[in-house]
Design a protein around this ligand. Structure first.
Ligand code: BG6
Ligand code: MG
Length: 216
């Protein structure tokens, strides 16, 4: 029996992944670096500063900026990203998410968020689902980002569930790797990517039933 659910945010609860991509693409273009959707896949689940480092390395400009300059660039990206979220509301929940959270609540399964995003509380509030989550792991408290299991282990602890009794939901390979390294059951959610190592992969949460999943 599974006793707790741990969700990534971007690309699982809502499709903010597309806004991260737009904001990074614009910032990269200002720096003379062109990124495409294939490269963008490698940024999913990765922290803001690590994403910037990856983009600069991709454009062979990694030695050119001081930490302070990189902080200004990361802030610029975030300002653009937050502007793109201005109209985010319940209508932007991905298909099946609301029903799934309602089912989990009915079954008294605690839920937590394991997202690298510092914007997670604000986004969940705009989506109207903040109250479904017992805890949101603060990414500032992490020593290592995904694919390290730390964020998933902390999320399970926060809802008092052993890793082997938890199910993690992810749209990115780094996240699936982190969930598996934490010793949890991994559900991959993606229409387009093959998430290697996931225990189950679906195109959307509409395909999932809480009642069935908890018996795994
Ligand atoms: C992850 C996203 O959830 O959060 C990444 O998949 C993003 O693309 C990371 O860079 C950090 O998000 P934020 O909102 O703190 O910049
Ligand atoms: Mg994601």
């Amino acid at each position: 029996m599974k006793k707790g659910f741990i969700f990534d945010l971007d690309g699982v609860i809502t499709d903010t992944a597309k806004f991260h991509y737009i904001a990074w693409k614009d910032l990269a273009m200002d720096l003379g670096i062109t990124i495409d959707e294939t490269f963008n896949e490698t940024l999913k689940g990765i922290s803001r500063m690590d994403s910037l480092d990856k983009i600069l390395a991709y454009g062979q400009r990694d030695d050119e900026f001081s930490i302070e300059e990189k902080e200004v660039l990361a802030q610029k990206k975030n300002d653009a990203y937050v502007q793109l979220l201005a109209d985010l509301s319940e209508k932007d929940l991905l298909p099946g998410v609301h029903d799934f959270l309602v089912q989990a609540k009915a079954e008294a399964i605690p839920c937590a968020i394991a997202s690298a995003s510092k914007n997670a509380p604000m986004i969940l509030e705009k989506l109207g689902v903040l109250d479904f989550f017992g805890h949101i792991v603060d990414p500032e408290t992490l020593k290592k980002g995904k694919p390290d299991p730390e964020i998933f282990v902390k999320a399970a602890e926060s809802i008092h569930v052993e890793p082997q009794d938890a199910i993690g939901f992810e749209d990115a390979q780094a996240g699936i790797d982190g969930i598996k390294a934490a010793g949890m059951y991994a559900v991959g959610i993606s229409e387009t990517e093959i998430l290697t190592g996931s225990d189950l992969q679906v195109a959307s949460m509409t395909e999932l039933s809480v009642e069935q999943l908890i018996t795994i």
